[in-house]
Design a protein. Structure first.
Lengths: 295, 287
């Protein structure tokens, strides 16, 4: 397809798409979101039973009148933006283009900004400032805060300042001390958990009877086969990775079985990944067809 | 017979994929009743067999990028717990998990208006620290979660009274799409403390690395959309009134029909590709 034909096709497809969207938006309220206000009562204290706040809950269009709901313009706009960005990302299947790049940049920027804002309010303000200066936190951003000053929070504050010292023109070495501390703590912390959960208990889990009898005394062939496959599969895989002995004769044959076991495991993992990716596509298409276009 | 060397424009395959996946959704085709696997049964019974009104911890460690696969699981877990009148404590160790919890609490408010915030469920929100959060709440939950998502002190929340740590919570239902997530809950909570029981819903991508934890370190998990559909099917069989609600549209089972269609298409692609490969090789040998 030459470039002129390609451009014409794109323009025609865009025009058809816009016409369809206009028709759906005007005739079927496409993308409209309806909400209702739910009161949140005060649970305890002298003002118990009074309304403290309202939470906004999404409701189906069919029960808007019965539930005294209303149209939420902000959420409706959100649905349209989400649909437009989804289409921008999917447009990459046709080829790299400016719409895809725009959506990609927005996604990365919003994700980073969101994570930073959440981390700031939960870690910096919620844990550090709230505990070091509870009066200030109560007066400025968390009136219901309770608890006394926690001087131990000076330790992470000082270590945080030391970490940022690497940006200073002199004394960059100061940043190495908290860094070394964090690495050592996490290494020790994770080592114990990994060793216990992924090594000791896994060995225990692999020690199972090869011949299993059911509670009524009958031979449980299904569980016996499962256990036998698991034990010999594990041993053959371990044999494949045991390089101190030449892989010939019996050892070679067992390690060959180990390769087959590994291939089956990789194949299962790949199939589950493919299934997982299709689930994501299905989720997006469902959003476009149901939530946005109401088809 | 030889097959000529000719590249198919892959955009035709993309278009076909969207068509195959989208049509069942458009026509609202529901997947056929399928046999519920033992793993799904174990997860279902872990929740169903808890005494009515039990305390359940729900860490939702996923973000919108995994919504397509994990939201149906989160929804069926919440509905099942609500049917059993369990008391729910939501928290997350993912910053974007806050929005996912919001969806669950919205579902509760919409479908179970009798569920009262602070008495029947609570949203503790996000705390930074990855697995350190898990290690802390095992020993001393209020030291890290001194307030809920909107800043209400946990001491003033009736549901949280007496909850000093999570070791006495009968069940943890984790919905996880990666690290930190289910693996860390197993490593830091379920493995060292045998009193802690975990069931989970996970993405297919990480499922194969989590199977070895079953059954000693985890009761079971829903490893994909297929399992979610089986779970939903069993839930609707026992509680048919759920399916009669306006907002419930059997999401997992509807999505599974598209998944089934995609599987058939993939298998067809593999068979056709291999046939072409074999025919080409035969043609080359003949030359």
């Amino acid at each position: 397809m030459n470039s002129t034909a390609k451009t014409t096709l794109l323009i025609l497809m865009t025009a058809a798409g816009l016409a369809f969207l206009t028709w759906r938006a005007t005739s079927y309220n496409a993308g409209r979101v309806y909400v209702k206000e739910t009161p949140v009562p005060i649970l305890e204290g002298p003002n118990a039973g009074q309304i403290a706040d309202y939470t906004t809950t999404r409701i189906p269009e069919t029960i808007v009148e019965a539930e005294n709901g209303r149209l939420s313009w902000s959420r409706t706009l959100g649905v349209w933006i989400a649909a437009a960005l989804t289409l921008c990302i999917l447009s990459f299947l046709f080829g790299d283009n400016v719409f895809y790049k725009l959506a990609e940049a927005i996604f990365v920027g919003v994700s980073a900004a969101y994570a930073m804002v959440v981390a700031f309010w939960t870690a910096m303000m919620g844990l550090l400032v709230s505990r070091l200066t509870p009066e200030l936190a109560r007066d400025s951003f968390n009136p219901s805060l309770s608890g006394d000053r926690d001087w131990w929070m000076l330790v992470p504050l000082v270590m945080g300042i030391m970490l940022l010292w690497r940006l200073a023109p002199v004394g960059g070495w100061i940043a190495r001390w908290p860094l070394a501390f964090f690495i050592a703590v996490f290494a020790g912390f994770r080592l114990v958990a990994h060793f216990h959960a992924d090594f000791v208990v896994q060995i225990r889990s692999a020690i199972v009877p090869l011949i299993v009898y059911a509670a009524d005394g009958s031979f449980n062939w299904k569980q016996s086969l499962t256990n036998t496959t698991m034990v010999f599969g594990t041993l053959s895989c371990l044999t494949y990775f045991f390089f101190s002995v030449e892989h010939t004769g019996m050892v070679g044959r067992i390690s060959r079985v180990g390769i087959y076991c590994l291939m089956i495991a990789f194949g299962t993992g790949f199939a589950l990944t493919a299934m997982s990716r299709y689930s994501l596509l299905i989720g997006r298409l469902e959003f476009l067809l149901r939530e946005w276009l109401r088809l | 017979m030889s097959v000529p060397e000719k590249q198919l424009d892959r955009r035709w395959l993309f278009a076909l994929t969207i068509l195959v996946v989208g049509l069942p959704l458009l026509l609202r085709l529901e997947s056929t009743q399928r046999e519920v696997s033992q793993m799904v049964t174990n997860v279902y019974e872990a929740i169903d067999n808890l005494p009515e009104g039990s305390l359940v911890l729900l860490p939702f460690d996923y973000d919108p990028s995994a919504e397509g696969e994990l939201q149906p699981m989160a929804d069926v877990f919440v509905r099942h717990c609500a049917e059993r009148k369990h008391k729910l404590i939501f928290l997350t160790i993912w910053p974007q998990g806050v929005g996912m919890i919001q969806r669950a609490t919205n579902l509760l408010q919409q479908e179970y208006p009798e569920y009262r915030y602070g008495i029947d469920f609570v949203n503790l929100g996000y705390r930074p620290g990855y697995e350190v959060v898990i290690n802390t709440v095992i020993n001393d939950l209020p030291s890290l979660y001194d307030a809920d998502q909107v800043g209400t002190p946990v001491r003033q929340i009736p549901l949280m009274r007496g909850v000093e740590n999570i070791r006495n919570i009968p069940l943890i239902i984790n919905v996880s799409s990666g690290d930190p997530g289910l693996k860390q809950w197993i490593q830091y909570a379920a493995t060292p403390y045998e009193s802690i029981n975990i069931v989970a819903g996970t993405t297919g991508v990480q499922a194969s690395t989590l199977y070895p934890y079953i059954p000693h370190q985890m009761i079971g998990m829903l490893p994909s959309l297929k399992s979610a559909a089986e779970y939903e099917q069993r839930l609707l069989k026992k509680y048919p009134h759920i399916g009669e609600r306006e907002s419930v549209t059997n999401t997992a089972q509807l999505r599974m029909m598209s998944q089934d269609a995609a599987h058939v298409m993939l298998i067809a692609f593999i068979v056709i590709s291999n046939l072409i490969f074999l025919l080409r090789r035969r043609g080359e040998r003949a030359v």
